[in-house]
Structure formats: C-alpha cells, structure tokens
Ligand binder design. Sequence first.
Ligand SMILES: Nc1nc2c(ncn2[C@@H]2O[C@H](COP(=O)(O)OP(=O)(O)OP(=O)(O)O)[C@@H](O)[C@H]2O)c(=O)[nH]1
Ligand SMILES: [Mg+2]
Length: 280
Amino acid sequence: MQVMPTELLSKISRSPAPSPSRELVVHTLPAREKCAFSIVVPTFNESHNLAELIAQLKPAIASEVGDSYEIIVVDDNSPDGTWQVAAELAAEDSHIIAIRRTAERGLATAVVRGWQVASGDLLGVIDADLQHPPEIIANLISALKQQNADIAIASREAEGGGTSDWSLLRLMISRGSRALGKALLPGVLGSVSDPMTGFFVVRRAAIQDVVLAPCGYKILVELLVRTRLKNIVEVGYVFRSRQRGESKASPKIFLDYIQHLFRLRATVRALRAEQAAPAD
Ligand SMILES: Nc1nc2c(ncn2[C@@H]2O[C@H](COP(=O)(O)OP(=O)(O)OP(=O)(O)O)[C@@H](O)[C@H]2O)c(=O)[nH]1
Ligand SMILES: [Mg+2]
C-alpha cells in the first residue's frame, strides 16, 4: 500500500498528516500496493459529525470490500478542530487517515488531495454532515462492480432519489445550476441526471494521470469533462437535512461554479478544435 511515512506518523502521534502539494493528479499505482476502496471525507467545521459518519460508513463499506479499505479525512484546518478529531480517530483505527491542509482550501481540491494519498482501486467521496446516507456507499460499490462501470453516481434525480426538506429557493438554485451546467456543457453533462452531486465512487483507472484543475465544490463536473468516464451508472438517494454544524454553501461557491463551468467549456472547445485541425 502507498502509505507515506508522515501518515504512519500521524496515526502514532495523533497529529494529522500534511496534504500533498504540486499538481492535482491521481497517479497510477502498482496492483500490489492497492487496497479495494478508499473514500475521501472533505471537512470544514464538522467536528460534531465526523465520528458518527465514520461509525455508519465502516459497516457499509465492509459489507462490499471486507477489510480492504481506507477512510481519508481531508480537513482545511477547521477552527472547530475537526482535524484533531480526525487525527484521534486515525490513531485508534488503522483504516482512517487524517490530513490537515493549511496552504490550500476548497472542497473539490480537498477531494483530489485525498485521492492522491489513497491506495484504493476504487475511489469515493462523501460529505461529512450525514446528508449523504452512508449506507448508500454499499449500493454504489456493488452497482459499479456489477455493471463494470467507470463511475457510480449517487443521484437525487434517479429513481428512488430526492431531497428531504429543501426550501423552494434552494430547489430553484439547485435546478438552475444544473440547467446552466447542461446548457454550457451539453455533450458532457447532458446524460447525467445529477452532475452536481458530490457523492460517488469512481475507478482509479478511469481518472488516473490526468491533470485536474477544479475550483469550488463540483468535483464530479471536473471529472466528467477532463477524464475518461464512459460507462456511468446512477443510484438514487435522498439528500437528508443537516442535523449538526453549519452549511458552507454561499454565493461565492455559486460564483466559483460559474467560473468552473466557463473554464471547462473553454477546455472542451480547445480540445474539439485540436481534434478538427488537419494533421501536419
Ligand atoms: N476540506 C474542505 N471541506 C469542505 C470545504 N467546504 C465544505 N467542505 C465539506 O464538504 C462537504 C459539503 O459541504 P456543505 O457545507 O455541507 O455543503 P452542502 O451539503 O452543499 O450544503 P448544506 O446542505 O447546506 O449542508 C461537507 O463535508 C463540508 O464539511 C472546504 O473548503 N474544504
Ligand atoms: Mg451539507
């Protein structure tokens, strides 16, 4: 397994490991160094949710992959000390890795940084606040394996999916954002019912060695545009309401999303122009 000495140290000393730096690339790993599944939990001020999330997550993961998994918490130096909670959980459980980022911030990059230290053949992501039901992870892993898919996406729009108690305003913002994404990137996002979700499991092989450049929250949109995801499966789930802690969603996150969409649109256009140009 690819376990950096600093991470080993963090498990022993109860201090979290630093984040990888440099390019946002998930690298290829030799088969002998892999475990079956790694899941990243990005956190900011989630100290009251983390232990409960991990307690619910572990049996769901183990039901599909046995003991061959790791849970990687990537915390952005939360003022409420979530990184400390993560380090304490990691010291007690060898499945858990705690990372404390101090030089970088943001949900999407936190996910990639976590995958960079992961040794899983399958890579996942889940929110820490229990809005993504942890038991759905088992359905995602099994759907991906059964259908030999590149990615299994937890969707609020697929059969059995939904949102529990969203206000009309939140529903409109969510639907508007999705429609905007599909309008700006029709070829890529058109076929996915919930491209805004941050809850999925992907094969390392489908995303490895591609340089990623996400901004803001939407890591799935980034992967759908830049990587080699072809066979996509969706699993319906109901987005729960947050019980503890505060939302980090803000107008800035929405602006980041718009910027991200335009950046990806430019990338898609440049690629198409390159492909259409006659070879020398
Ligand atoms: N590492 C890291 N994690 C973040 C950051 N922002 C949010 N998160 C985590 O990403 C997940 C989703 O963030 P939320 O604030 O719950 O966003 P949301 O679910 O869209 O909004 P609510 O429904 O209002 O909770 C949670 O686990 C957060 O703790 C960040 O800047 N860095
Ligand atoms: Mg949330």
